[in-house]
Design a protein around this ligand. Structure first.
Ligand code: TXA
Ligand code: MG
Length: 317
């Protein structure tokens, strides 16, 4: 990807305002949280979220956590059960992420949720994260700010070492106190389960709930990015690298082609990534049974798009 000039900022008011402005412009801002440094983007802006994947060189689309300034904003985006509310009251702000049902009115890019009907949310416990989120006023999607496959950063220098030239702004708020990622609990199902061990011990969560967390559905299998079985796949059958479509097929295009839907007429992979999940949903809504997908270049974000399309095209039970 093209190199950008990475700006290293402090935590004074002017710096925070500059970081917030960058987020609003769709840029990537790395900021400290109590767990690890996040690579943040405006969660409502699909192109900005696509840039996260590009920056990390992530070969597939894994759903991302949205970060909010305070728990009262959660209602705008997701449905809180009594259990979720109890966990939020006890552990937020803090190193706990809750997976919750997405409200239909939620304004979150489908690239954040990887097309799922749930979204992962947390309210970080860090004065700098909190200042940025409060001033920004909307959800910020943020995975750990490291290149894909590398260890998570706990200082601004780690972020620079891994992502210099691939992130617009790094806000240096010192070392992260917790140093491991947040604990993730799935509260979108009747029996809440532990999806990832992290900064808050499972025992503390179980003590708060008064019952044990269910094991993760795939706890014996390492969940590599994008391997979640729950990833969204459309109803229709996909045929990839289909540069000529058959009469019975609906075309999902890329580039300057005739198509029912086009991921990016300009052939821009960032735009295509931002459109991917919403267009797969639209194909369902259109009742498309046979979908022909134009060849997508297999570099940069194209790799993640192709990975997702191959999964969606794979035979299903
Ligand atoms: O501490 C943290 O959680 C850090 C800081 C920056 O907040 N963030 C972080 O994000 O670790 P990330 O993207 O590296 O991890 C997000 C995890 C992934 O394993 C993903 O599969 C899971 O959250 N996840 C996100 N949305 C989900 C959903 N709707 N259902 C199930 N799992 C989800
Ligand atoms: Mg990570």
């Amino acid at each position: 990807m093209t190199q950008i000039e990475t700006q290293l900022l402090g935590t004074d008011g002017v710096s925070i305002a500059a970081a917030v402005k960058a987020l609003a412009l769709g840029k990537l801002v790395s900021f400290p949280t109590e767990t690890v440094y996040g690579l943040g983007a405006d969660a409502t802006n699909g192109s900005a979220v696509a840039a996260i994947y590009q920056s990390k060189g992530r070969p597939s689309f894994n759903p991302l956590i949205i970060h909010l300034a305070d728990a009262s904003a959660v209602d705008q985006h997701c449905i809180m059960s009594d259990t979720a509310q109890r966990l939020a009251d006890t552990f937020w702000p803090g190193a706990l992420t809750l997976v919750l049902p997405l409200k239909s009115s939620a304004n979150v890019s489908s690239l954040v949720t990887a097309g799922l009907k749930t979204v992962a949310v947390r309210v970080p416990d860090h004065p700098v994260a909190n200042a940025i989120l409060t001033a920004f006023g909307g959800p910020v999607a943020a995975p750990s700010a490291n290149p894909s496959g590398r260890i998570s950063p706990t200082t601004a220098q780690h972020v620079i070492n891994g992502l210099d030239g691939r992130v617009d702004v790094v806000v240096d708020g010192g070392a992260c106190a917790v140093g491991v990622e947040s604990t993730i609990v799935d509260c979108s199902v009747d029996a809440p389960s532990l999806l990832r061990a992290g900064g808050i011990p499972a025992e503390a969560i179980e003590t708060c709930l008064g019952f044990e967390l269910a094991p993760a559905p795939m706890s014996n299998t390492p969940i590599a990015p994008g391997q979640l079985t729950s990833h969204y796949a459309p109803q229709g059958a996909l045929r990839l690298n289909a540069n000529q479509s058959e009469p019975h097929e609906t075309t999902l295009g890329f580039g300057d082609v005739d198509a029912a839907l086009n991921l990016s007429r300009a052939g821009d992979l960032t735009e295509a990534a931002a459109n991917l999940f919403s267009m797969l949903h639209q194909l369902d809504a259109m009742g498309a049974k046979h979908i022909a997908v134009t060849t997508i270049p297999d570099h940069g974000l194209g790799k993640a798009i192709n990975d997702r399309l191959r999964r969606a095209a794979a035979p299903r039970d």
